[in-house]
Structure formats: structure tokens, C-alpha cells
Design a protein around this ligand. Structure first.
Ligand SMILES: [Zn+2]
Length: 222
């Protein structure tokens, strides 16, 4: 199973020359030394600042909900490379493992996903691409159907006899079937004419204009 993970974000904390640049916070030379000590578990024998020629280093963080996970100490260059790469291929950012348990977090096109099937990058890529395609098709079809419904020819095909209208009106008690409104009422085909829906009482309902438009926008073909 592959799911969108909405509560995930990634960040990179850079230190530049003598200072660590942290969002909303600038650390002094002293705290940089402290930070190195934290990373190494001992007081650094190095000078308090990295050599000027060294690559810009920093820490990559993955935030999942309220939890933060340090992914590693990497160069800024490497981090930016990954950021570029995730636009074209999914990158496994982190795997959580336990007894018979696995959860992998993937980064792809500025979104995050998790899966528990130990997928590889190609699996994730294929799944996400087909998912995007399906979504696109669904939107295109819904738009086409809305456009078709606006053509007079389609209205004729969906012509509703007066006696049917009367029965539907009585059954729905002169109210929108969704919200109960009594104004701007329209006869709506539950299954649209474009999808083969009939003009029988069973396939008709009273909707107010607002509910009808909302329905039109959300329609999908099976
Ligand atoms: Zn309504």
C-alpha cells in the first residue's frame, strides 16, 4: 500500500563559515563548537570554525507530525541534488523497521508518501505515475460531461415529461433533496443522461441550483 503522507516535511540546516544558520536563529561560534561536540561526542580538537574551503555542510531533517528525525549530516550540494532528483524519481528518505514491520517514507515531486511493502523506487514511481494519470483522466471526463450537459441537444435527450415532473415534485415534497432548500429548484438526473440515465421517476430528484452545480463538479464515471 502506498499512501500520501500529508504531515511530512523536510528541511536542511546549514552552517556557513563561522556560524550555523538556523531558521529564526543564528548560533554563535561557541554553539557551533558545542554542536560539533554533540555530533562527535567529544570536544572538538578542531578550530571553532570549519576551513573556508570545505563544502557547506548541514543537517537534513525529516519532520513527521510532531517528531523530527535527523537523516544525516550532508553537504548542501548533496541535499540540493536530492531535491532536484526527487522531481524525476522517488527517493527513499527513511525506513522504519521493527518486528515484521516496515514503513518507508518517499519523497517525490515535492510530496511525501509512505508504504509498508518494502517497495523499490521503480514500484513507487510506477504507482504514482499511474495514479496521477487516473486523476487527470477523471478530471478531463468530468469536465467533458459538464460541457456536454450544457449543450441544448443533451437537454432534449433528457426531456422530462410533465407527469413525471409532478410525481418527482410530490415525492420530494418540493424541496432540494440534499439541503432542503425550496428555491431555484431543478429536476436532476441521478445518473446523468450522458451516462445513460433515464428520465424515470426513480432516476430523477429535486435539487437546488447550488447543490446541482456541486454535484456536477464532483461527478466521476465508474
Ligand atoms: Zn440544495
Amino acid at each position: 500500500m502506498l499512501s500520501r503522507a500529508n504531515n511530512v516535511s523536510i528541511s536542511f540546516e546549514v552552517f556557513v563559515s563561522e556560524e550555523i544558520i538556523v531558521p529564526e536563529r543564528r548560533a554563535s561560534r561557541d554553539s557551533w563548537a558545542n554542536w560539533v561536540r554533540l555530533l562527535c561526542g567529544r570536544k572538538p580538537a578542531l578550530p571553532a570554525a570549519p576551513p573556508a574551503a570545505s563544502p557547506v555542510m548541514g543537517r537534513a531533517w525529516l519532520r513527521i507530525g510532531r517528531d523530527e528525525y535527523m537523516l544525516g549530516v550532508v553537504s548542501e550540494e548533496r541535499f540540493l541534488e536530492d531535491e532536484q532528483r526527487q522531481r524525476h524519481e522517488p527517493i527513499l528518505m527513511m525506513g522504519m523497521e521493527g518486528h515484521g514491520y516496515w514503513r518507508g517514507y518517499w519523497w517525490f515531486q515535492d510530496r511525501f508518501y509512505w508504504e509498508n511493502d518494502r517497495m523499490d523506487g521503480e514500484d513507487v514511481h510506477a504507482l504514482l505515475l499511474t495514479r496521477h494519470q487516473r486523476e487527470r483522466q477523471r478530471i478531463d471526463r468530468a469536465r467533458a460531461m459538464v460541457a456536454m450537459g450544457e449543450e441544448p441537444r443533451m437537454r432534449e435527450r433528457g426531456h422530462i415529461p410533465d407527469d413525471v415532473k409532478q410525481l418527482v415534485w410530490i415525492r420530494d415534497q418540493g424541496r432540494c433533496r440534499v439541503c432542503g432548500a425550496t428555491s431555484e429548484l431543478q429536476f436532476d438526473h441521478v445518473i446523468p443522461v450522458a451516462m445513460g440515465g433515464s428520465s424515470d421517476v426513480q432516476n430523477l430528484q429535486l435539487l437546488c441550483g447550488a447543490c446541482n452545480r456541486r454535484k456536477g463538479a464532483g461527478l466521476t464515471l465508474p
